[in-house]
Design a protein around this ligand. Structure first.
Ligand code: NAP
Ligand code: GLV
Length: 309
């Protein structure tokens, strides 16, 4: 029998176990650390997988990330025969879309400023910019960036996007490659980061990038904390280059007590909750992928290791 090991928290693990029992009873589901004979394990699902864990399973064929991102894995240390598969999960996409819409609308409608006014007991109207005059720029046109742009469409914003390879999306002006980044930044009144964290994208939202944004631009970071140079963001806020930010991710996570992001009224900070991996949705995605493997088909979400995302 093919064995599958889930390594995550025990409560979710039991939910995964129940779903496997119902929908894939032919697959031998094992909840770490009760992994049985390690030689029987073909598949492992985990948020993180240090090399000692992978080494426990000599016949491992695939490692499934329990998230959309794979930057938490050490790609260099992955044995050659192990495929890395990220989660392309409708549940994660829905969570990100919900959060991105909240964040873009909150920044578009100056909510951080109004919250500050409220705390100070001030009743003050501010000029309202119509959505048609506001440009939203999305970094990353993958599963998540594309879904966010599609959901933003009906609000009437001017939409722009940036990716590594060239893309054509209805209603979105697309830019690509290093040469296209400046054009995107110059058009981003609201900049949304939905990039994967790789050596090429680490620190990409830095002092130079802030200087290329329209004055008073706003930032939404839904990628990883490492995309933003946090001290540069604070400087850009102080200089007025950036007027407000919604950050779901930070570096490190959790941010240490007393970090300036906690108390800065220009920042709305949440603890990496924009999208959560729900067993109901994620386990079904993984089961569908195991069926593909059993049928000799390639995995959906297979990560090319040389690309890193
Ligand atoms: P994806 O489908 O792999 O898409 C990644 C996009 O980024 C692609 O459009 C890719 O370009 C682009 N990209 C990668 N490197 C680039 C570079 N050097 N220059 C320009 N564009 C580049 O990933 P996804 O599923 O949309 O997820 C994106 C990220 O969201 C994840 O990696 C994770 O970090 C983050 N995330 C956060 C949360 C949260 O709760 N906050 C939840 C889930 C995911 P190409 O199209 O040309 O390949
Ligand atoms: C969460 O951040 C994910 O990568 O799914």
């Amino acid at each position: 029998m093919d064995a599958f090991v889930y390594k995550g928290d025990a409560v979710r693990g039991e939910q995964w176990r129940a779903l496997f029992a119902e929908e894939a009873p032919d697959i031998d589901f094992r909840l770490w650390p009760e992994t049985g004979d390690p030689a029987e394990v073909r598949w492992l699902a985990s948020w993180q997988a240090p090399s000692e864990l992978i080494a426990e399973f000599p016949n491992l064929e695939a490692l499934f990330s329990l998230g959309a991102g794979v930057d938490q894995f050490n790609l260099v240390q992955l044995p050659e025969q192990v495929s890395l598969v990220r989660l392309v999960d409708p549940g994660i996409i829905a969570g990100i879309v919900e959060y991105a819409i909240f964040a873009v609308l909150a920044l578009h409608r100056d909510i951080p400023r109004y919250l500050q006014d409220q705390r100070e007991g001030v009743w003050r109207e501010r000029k309202l910019t119509p959505a048609a005059e506001r440009r939203v720029g999305v970094l990353g046109l993958g599963e998540l960036g594309r879904a966010v742009l599609e959901a933003l469409g009906p609000f009437g914003f001017k939409l722009h996007g940036w990716s590594r390879s060239a893309k054509t999306l209805d209603g979105v002006e697309c830019f690509c490659g290093e040469g296209g980044l400046d054009a995107l930044l110059a058009r981003a009144d609201i900049l949304v980061c939905l990039l994967p964290l790789t050596p090429d994208t680490r620190g990409i939202i830095n002092r130079e990038a802030f200087a290329k944004l329209p004055a008073g631009a706003r930032l939404v970071n839904l990628g990883r904390g490492g995309h933003v140079v946090q001290d540069d963001l604070l400087a850009a806020l102080d200089e007025g280059r950036v007027s407000a930010a919604v950050l779901d991710v930070a570096s490190p996570e959790p941010l240490p007590p007393g970090h300036p992001f906690y108390s800065d009224p220009r920042i709305i900070l949440t603890p990496h909750i924009a999208a959560m991996t729900h067993p109901q949705s994620a386990a079904r995605v993984v089961i569908a992928n195991l069926r593909r493997a059993q049928a000799g088909l390639p995995f959906e979400g297979l990560v090319p290791l040389d690309r890193g995302y």
